[in-house]
Design a protein around this ligand. Structure first.
Ligand SMILES: [Zn+2]
Length: 118
C-alpha cells in the first residue's frame, strides 16, 4: 500500500509534521504514576497527557507527537522505539530552542490547547 516513496525525514519536516498533528490531538495536564512523565493514546484524535511536575510540557508534547507522526515508520523499530523517539525529541526540541519564533509558536499553540481544555 505504501508504494509512493516518501521524502526522508529531516528535523525540519519532523517539526512541521508535529505542528500539523497538534490541532487534532487533545492535550491535558495530569498526575501520572512516577514512572510516566507523559503518554499518548493514538487514534484520529490522539490523547496526550503530560505530568508537568515531572517534565517540561513542550518537551513532552514533542515526544508524544513524534510517536503520532512516526507511528508507521516505527513498526520495524518497535523494541527500540523509545530510544529513537527520545533521540529525535531532543533534536527537535533543540532546533525549536534555537529560534525565538519557533519557541513562541509552540508556547502559544500549547497554551491555547491547555486553555481550551479548562
Ligand atoms: Zn515515548
Amino acid at each position: 500500500m505504501v508504494s509512493a516513496k516518501r521524502a526522508p525525514w529531516s528535523l525540519e519536516s519532523l517539526e512541521r509534521a508535529c505542528r500539523k498533528a497538534l490541532p487534532s490531538a487533545t492535550l491535558r495536564l495530569a498526575n501520572l504514576p512516577n514512572e510516566f512523565c507523559a503518554d499518548v493514546v493514538l487514534g484520529d484524535r490522539p490523547k496526550i497527557r503530560v505530568d508537568s511536575h515531572q517534565i517540561g510540557v513542550r518537551t513532552a508534547v514533542i515526544h508524544e507527537l513524534l510517536h503520532v507522526v512516526l507511528d508507521e515508520d516505527l513498526i520495524r523499530f518497535e523494541p527500540v522505539e523509545e530510544v529513537l523517539i527520545e533521540a529525535l525529541e531532543a533534536a527537535v526540541n533543540k532546533r525549536i530552542s534555537g529560534s525565538r519564533r519557533r519557541v513562541a509558536w509552540w508556547r502559544n499553540a500549547i497554551d491555547r490547547k491547555l486553555r481550551i481544555r479548562k
